[in-house]
Design a protein around this ligand. Sequence first.
Ligand code: AMP
Length: 188
Amino acid sequence: MTSLILIGPPGAGKGTQATLIAERYSIPHISTGAIFRANLAEGTELGVEAQKYMERGEYVPDSLTNSMVGNRLAQPDTANGFLLDGYPRTLAQVDELDAILADLGKTLDAVVEITADVEEVTQRLLARAAKEGRADDTEDVIRRRMVVYAEQTEPIIAVYTERGLVRKADGMGTIDEVHARIVAVLGG
Ligand code: AMP
């Protein structure tokens, strides 16, 4: 049973690492950002609403996010674990996730924190923006996402540290190097 949260600043390589970890442990990769982007691509009401926040680098309101995660975690493919990427992002979402997991009779095994230097990841995101053209990757928006991360998401690491769940992995280096560090902190 491998039930994990992956956390780290925007641009730390979370999405890429999440894909590799999910493959390695055969668990579904649940990315709230990816679900919002898929909804936007399909033109759903949720996607259109979420975009108003994403394009400014702000967090989508919990009223839209929490139920989406609750529904996803209730799917049968999470029976042997899951990897949450991009959720929880606020202290309120930590409480909500606790309630969702309690409801479903699930527990968390670890919170993997990918650590990275803010200026370096900002530069990475600018490079990615040029390549992929994501609407939330302009310089102003990237800087805003960093501030929002520091203010709203970093505090949740302390909560999970207190619970003894946090495993840190240095996010600087190649994809393979970072992946190996994550596998090592998870015990192989
Ligand atoms: P990500 O792909 O994880 O970087 O997410 C992209 C954007 O989606 C974020 O900047 C937020 O606007 C929104 N988003 C993703 N996950 C959440 C969440 N858990 N709570 C609020 N907003 C989120």
